[in-house]
Design a protein. Structure first.
Length: 103
């Protein structure tokens, strides 16, 4: 009985930890900010793939996300046309804010 309980608790913890790693970022504004930063990084580092990779890792770390979480979140927004549209409206809003800051 104790072994079964231990096994159930262990499996629950493992599943909880593994699922939390792949959670999506449902805060649209936060994910839009991340997306914009990653796109700027791509443009800034286009000729240097290693610099692009390092910059991408720093940005993801800044948002406390893994590459897998980023991909899962991007897939999450892409699965629904309305959510996708709303996400890119927020991306556009973030770009307008950046443009105002740099003008």
């Amino acid at each position: 009985m104790k072994e079964s309980l231990f096994l159930i608790i262990t499996l629950s913890l493992v599943l909880n930890v593994s699922c939390s790693r792949d959670k999506v970022v449902t805060e649209k504004e936060r994910f839009a900010k991340l997306y914009v930063l990653l796109q700027f990084s791509v443009e800034k580092n286009r000729p240097d793939v290693n610099a692009m990779k390092i910059d991408r890792e720093k940005i993801l770390k800044q948002f406390n996300l893994t590459e897998k979480q980023y991909e899962s979140t991007f897939d999450y927004y892409g699965q629904d046309a309305e959510r996708w549209k709303s996400f890119f409206e927020e991306v556009n809003s973030q770009l307008v804010k950046v443009k105002k800051k740099t003008s």
